[in-house]
Design a protein around this ligand. Sequence first.
Ligand code: SF4
Length: 437
Amino acid sequence: MKVCLETYGCTLNQADSDMMKGVLISAGHSIVGSARDADVVVLNTCTVKGKTENKIISRIEGLGRKGKRIVVAGCLSINRKRVRNACPGAVLVHPGAVAMAAEAVEDAAEGRVSEYAEPAAGNRKEGLPRIFTKPILRIPIQEGCVGNCHFCQTKLARPGLMSYSLKWIRSWVEEGVAKGAKEMQLTGMDSGAYGLDNGSNLVELLKEVGRIEGDFRVRMGMINPGHAKRMLPGLIDAFRDRRFYKFFHLPVQTGSEKVRGEMNRAHTVADFREVVRGVRGEFPGASIATDIIVGYPTESEEDFQETVELVEKVKPDIVNISKFASRRGTYASRLKEIPTQEVKRRSTLLSQVAKRVAAEKNRGYGGRVLDVLVTEEGKRAGNGKPDGGNLERGTGSWKGRADNYKQVCIMGKAELGQRMKVRVESSNYGSLFGKAI
Ligand code: SF4
């Protein structure tokens, strides 16, 4: 059967799609690039934002109207009612049951309406085949979390903490090295909680990965500041391995301790600042990314100003800003929301501040020569050929990552997975631009 896989959301979800592709191909199916050419379409969904969920529901309705057979996997699969309203014949595969992708596709093709919540037997994903696109290999290290944030619906879709064994994660990295992967993306829902359920911990895991021979880079996924603070000396020690990108994704969500408490976040804003100080003390050029929710129902103007000040002071390199959206089944969905216009105003203002801060920092890279791993081909011009190039638009160029995971758009010849020296010529808030030397 020809199957098209459409993936939404985080790196963990993309890693699930890599596994579903592996399972489907092992079962004799083929993966096609567009829904038009597919017998069955698998949508690996995300519900972290209301907007994303609505977009996916319209996609499901659209495919259903065209008579397409559909499998809905990922976090939206737990919302059976909404999915079946959009497409009564949809087959559901919960995030923990990706091992059942082949059975689900066959059911959909036969018109059998079914739902897979857990794999038939044994563990969930260890040992599953996967298809990955070099040079990047996405490696899930854990699922679930130990938090209970009042705005979060993801926790409902991926309940309970489940850490993969060191042995499996090691074998996945070794498999990647053997198959030519140059960047290992260690990912999870809350990587900092790794091992709390199997007697291990994230530092032990990173040191285990550090013992693997090979010329590859490691990108560490999101770590909640509370966990990062708890193990900071060990984390810093593990990150001394030059192969680890000096990139730390630490979601703080708000700059107000009051709102942080009302969100039920398992860390303080002060913890976040302390971790950033600790990291920068050891790795001055480290890149800091954070996530912020604007317009949480209890957020006053003063609270919001504390968030703006936090960004001004801490100067993160990346701020992923979300406008609060009430998510079904969460505590926060019972709270009175702030008017949309006001949430929009705050989001626009914070985005301007975050971009200004990031652009200022990136201007400091002008003239510097960076060691860059080429990980992506830039956009091609309309005729499909590199158009000789507009650096700012990133066309005709290649994209890579510097030692601190900053994105670098490179003019000149390059190859995926290649390491090269690039002199930075210009920048904007999101990228550096330069020529290979
Ligand atoms: S830590 Fe909080 S935001 Fe993150 S997955 Fe768990 S409940 Fe959701």
